[in-house]
Design a protein around this ligand. Sequence first.
Ligand SMILES: [Zn+2]
Length: 69
Amino acid sequence: MSTTPPETLSVDEKSVACDGGNGSLGHPRVYLTMGDADSITCPYCDRTYVLKDSAAAQKLVQEETAVKA
Ligand SMILES: [Zn+2]
């Protein structure tokens, strides 16, 4: 019953390791591979990893800018 929006993190590689960070959302470390996509969401903590400089990352930046404006 959390209303906290999932984090979105930009990464340099298509393979990432996620352990949920050090907070209450922590979980055993898992390795995620984006494959043909340029983003992937961790099934444990719902963090989304977006490949840096990808179209998805550019879109994310635009959305964040729009929210702040
Ligand atoms: Zn995770």
